[in-house]
Design a protein around this ligand. Structure first.
Ligand code: DX5
Length: 229
């Protein structure tokens, strides 16, 4: 089977480093900088040792920009809240394979609510954990840090795992995005891209670029493309 090349790299900011007191303006600045969509890191203080925001906050931001929203639910028992994030305006909802006893059913809850479903796996979780639900997802997120905080170091040992995930996706014959999240920046995006990722979540690298958001987005995108050559 000839491998179909993955789609063009997409740069998606994590809004975690944004100034939450000016959240709407931060979203507008990211849209202006040319990002492909926005990722909202939802944390419940149980699945991860941090707490962020819920669906109401995301709903309040929907009218500020036009680009799509995705919610990365780092929460226990996601079935209960996932539909609220679809209603809040997230076209894609990502849940963790480790956060639900019945992953197949939980992904169905998102789809029944009208959202596109996606699954994330932590660094210690093998790709096989999602092999049996690829027919239900539009995206798989391979974490390159342990979830909970921005600004952590990229775990380069995830690159063979990204390659295995890319192989599983190709074998499925389905158009599934392969997203990576955590420590993605100028020094690390090439490795993740060469391994087969095509959607890149970046927080610190975008917000901390001395040349500004626009430069950070275009620079990361260029590096991701060049790494495939
Ligand atoms: C981890 C978070 C971070 C964030 C991006 O739970 O999901 O990965 O989105 O963090 P940076 O890009 O700052 O490493």
């Amino acid at each position: 089977m000839t491998a179909t090349p993955p789609p063009a790299p997409r740069i998606v900011p994590s809004v975690l480093p944004a100034d939450f007191s000016r959240f709407g303006e931060a979203c507008q600045a990211l849209e202006k900088a040319g990002v492909d969509r926005l990722q909202f890191d939802v944390m419940d203080g149980r699945f991860v040792p941090n707490l962020t925001f819920g669906a109401d906050v995301i709903a309040s931001l929907r009218s500020w920009v036009d680009i799509p929203f995705e919610a990365h639910l780092m929460i226990e028992e996601p079935d209960l809240l996932a539909p609220a994030f679809v209603q809040a305006g997230c076209e894609l909802v990502i849940i963790h394979a480790e956060a639900t006893r019945h992953l197949h059913r939980s992904l169905g809850v998102i789809r029944d609510a009208g959202g596109r479903a996606a699954v994330a796996i932590n660094p210690a979780t093998p790709v096989e954990a999602v092999a049996n639900v690829l027919d239900l997802v539009d995206l798989v997120l391979v974490m390159t840090v342990n979830p909970g905080f921005g600004g952590q170091a990229y775990i380069a040992t995830m690159e063979p795992k990204i390659r295995r995930m890319r192989t599983l996706i190709e074998e499925s014959g389905r158009a599934i995005d392969l997203e990576v999240d955590g420590g993605i920046g100028p020094a690390t995006i090439a490795g993740a891209s060469a391994a087969g990722a095509d959607v890149f979540i970046a927080g610190t690298a975008l917000f901390r670029d001395p040349e500004g958001l626009e430069h950070a987005v275009s620079d990361l995108r260029r590096r991701a493309v060049e790494a495939r050559a």
